[in-house]
Ligand binder design. Structure first.
Ligand code: SF4
Ligand code: SF4
Length: 82
């Protein structure tokens, strides 16, 4: 999963581009749900939120480090429950 740091300026451009609806407004700034973020694996070549964020505050989450296989399995399980 990726995570959003406190450098976030709450501009809201990342939330609509997430294919997994993993991004929402948290208590102070936007947050990524690690259970839903596939780092865009299964949908896009690049993380879409990182592409659009104007302040580059979206980074790998060291508490939720995953391999590409892990991320693809998460994508598959998310698709199957929809
Ligand atoms: Fe959503 Fe992709 Fe960003 Fe993860 S990397 S929060 S799946 S847009
Ligand atoms: Fe925050 Fe970046 Fe998302 Fe804007 S695009 S809300 S600055 S994480």
């Amino acid at each position: 999963s990726l995570k959003i740091t406190d450098a976030c300026v709450n501009c809201d451009v990342c939330e609509p581009v997430c294919p997994n609806k993993a991004i929402s407004l948290g208590e102070e700034y936007y947050v990524i749900d690690p259970a839903l973020c596939t780092e865009c694996v299964g949908h896009h070549d690049q993380p879409q939120c990182v592409e659009v964020c104007p302040v580059e505050c979206i980074v790998p989450d060291p508490d939720h480090a995953e391999t590409r296989d892990d991320l693809f399995h998460k994508y598959q399980s998310l698709v199957s429950i929809r």
